[in-house]
Design a protein around this ligand. Structure first.
Ligand code: C5P
Length: 221
């Protein structure tokens, strides 16, 4: 029976990958099952929050009592987030947003032309959803608390510390250890202004509950 540490909070969460179409049958994406973000949505709801989950393409059931908006691309995700951020008091960005999209999507399937030469694709950078929300007046005034995630292959503490400052968020959460994509467990490194602490290896469900408690403790009151 979880204590209602997020009662009265309006929580907005991004989860899963984004999919950036190249043509009607192809695209680029990131590896992400969405499990951590969905577990956090569930834990936040159980902690008494009003929860909106903006989900990229994933195969997961919606946690009970959570409002879910399904999106495909990074731009779709940004629009959904901006549409919901107004009333939110807590934003948790767990999505693995694709860094790039093709500059111009083909409306027709790109055909092999027989020359043996692959098509040349030009990419443009996607918007950084977390950084944008963190720079918004509500976040800057402290009315909206922002939490970022980081998946790194090495030097997690150094990268997470730098990323926290670069994104302009009070709390940055690193995924510890080898890729946890699709796994049911994980370990987390929490980096904030005070320093860092580890949430040791556990199920994503247990970690989500611990993380919610850690965030609740940091919220301005
Ligand atoms: O820069 P990097 O992708 O490593 O940052 C990860 C954090 O930023 C995550 O919280 C992720 O959800 C968020 N992010 C985002 N929009 C992007 C890229 C990352 O919200 N375009």
């Amino acid at each position: 029976f979880a204590p209602k540490v997020l009662a009265g909070q309006k929580v907005l969460i991004t989860a899963g990958p984004t999919f950036e179409a190249i043509d009607p049958v192809r695209g680029i994406t990131n590896l992400s099952s969405g499990k951590m973000g969905f577990a956090i949505a569930r834990a936040a709801r159980e902690a008494g929050a009003d929860v909106t989950l903006v989900a990229g393409p994933v195969h997961l059931p919606t946690p009970r009592g959570v409002r879910r908006l399904d999106v495909k691309s990074a731009q779709n995700m940004l629009e959904a987030v901006e549409g919901q951020a107004q009333g939110a008091t807590l934003f948790i960005a767990t999505a693995a947003v694709a860094d790039w999209r093709v500059a111009s999507q083909s409306t027709e399937k790109i055909k092999k032309d027989g020359s043996g030469q692959p098509p040349a694709l030009n990419f443009v950078e996607n918007p950084d959803i977390l950084a944008r929300v963190a720079q918004s007046p509500r976040a800057q005034s402290g009315a909206l608390y922002c939490v970022g995630f980081a998946a790194e292959s090495h030097d997690l503490l150094a990268h997470a510390t730098a990323k926290r400052l670069r994104k302009g968020v009070p709390l940055l959460v690193g995924n510890i250890g080898p890729a946890t994509f699709g796994q049911d467990d994980n370990a987390l490194l929490l980096v904030d202004e005070q320093g860092h602490r580890e949430l040791p290896h556990a199920s994503k469900r247990a970690l989500a509950q611990q993380l919610v408690a850690e965030i609740a403790r940091r919220l301005p009151r």
